[in-house]
Write a protein that binds this ligand. Structure first.
Ligand code: ADP
Ligand code: MG
Length: 240
């Protein structure tokens, strides 16, 4: 069997005495899209933030391609993250937002241009390159955020409820666009959501989270048809 590409071992985190992540183990293969599905407050964002280096876990190991990245600063982890709120730089254009991380890393201008053009095409925003974030729809802003996080060629992409703030129709379109892009790039991805329909349609594998634990991990079909607990059954809508 292949070694996992991203491996979390015993990740623990407490905030003010309450256990938010309770020894979380998770293995992901290269190119796999794994969804973390669970109710609000169960620790999904905290887990992503630990992987990205935005929160320091109290214990555990984070291996990416066999290298332990847990002690590296965020920008050296080769992990990209997209948040629910788009968090774009309001004073930079679409192009400027996508280019930003490359500039910060000292990538030369010709290479920056090459990559930005590629990404603008990938997210279908070539015509909006000169627009500012406030001139874009929510869906377009989220596509910029996606392009920006991909610009620095991360090894893992973390998507924290990237569709939750969008209207239903835009959400569906962007959902399949994200899946297409993820497959095209063979990008190892963790997708966080509390929406089971989203999880069922997008994922290679789903991890159901509750109270800082992964309670069941399996393909969408398995979780839906063979939930191991009442909680999983309810969450997957197996009774409907
Ligand atoms: P989810 O993303 O699944 O909704 P979170 O990871 O955001 O859950 O939060 C899990 C729990 O940790 C919640 O109870 C939340 O209030 C708490 N929490 C998250 N971040 C902090 C923080 N910086 N300080 C204190 N408590 C936090
Ligand atoms: Mg969250």
């Amino acid at each position: 069997m292949n070694a996992s590409y991203l491996e979390l071992q015993g990740i623990r985190k407490t905030f003010g005495g309450s256990i938010v992540l309770d020894n979380v183990d998770l293995s992901i293969q290269e190119g796999e899209l794994v969804t973390l599905l669970g109710p609000s407050g169960c620790g999904k964002s905290t887990l992503l933030r630990c992987i990205a280096g935005l929160t320091e876990p109290d214990g555990g190991r984070i291996l990416l391609g066999r290298k332990d990245i847990a002690s590296l600063p965020p920008r050296n982890r080769e992990v990209g993250m997209v948040f629910q709120s788009y968090a774009l730089f309001p004073n930079l254009t679409v192009y400027g937002n996508i280019e930003y991380g490359l500039k910060m890393r000292g990538v030369d201008k010709a290479e920056r241009q090459r990559r930005c053009e590629e990404l603008l095409a990938l997210v279908d925003l070539e015509e909006k390159r000169g627009a500012y974030p406030q001139q874009l729809s929510g869906g377009q802003q989220q596509r910029v955020a996606l392009a920006r996080s991909l610009a620095v060629q991360p090894k893992v992409l973390l998507l924290d409820e990237p569709l939750s703030a969008l209207d239903a129709k835009i959400r569906k379109n962007l959902r399949s666009e994200i899946r297409d892009i993820q497959k095209k790039l063979n990008m190892t991805t963790i997708f966080v959501t509390h929406d089971q329909e989203e999880a069922l349609t997008l994922s290679d594998r789903i991890c159901i989270m509750n109270n800082g634990h992964i309670v069941q991990d399996g393909t969408p079909e398995t979780l839906y048809s063979r939930p191991r607990t009442e909680f999983v059954a309810r969450f997957m809508g197996s009774y409907n």
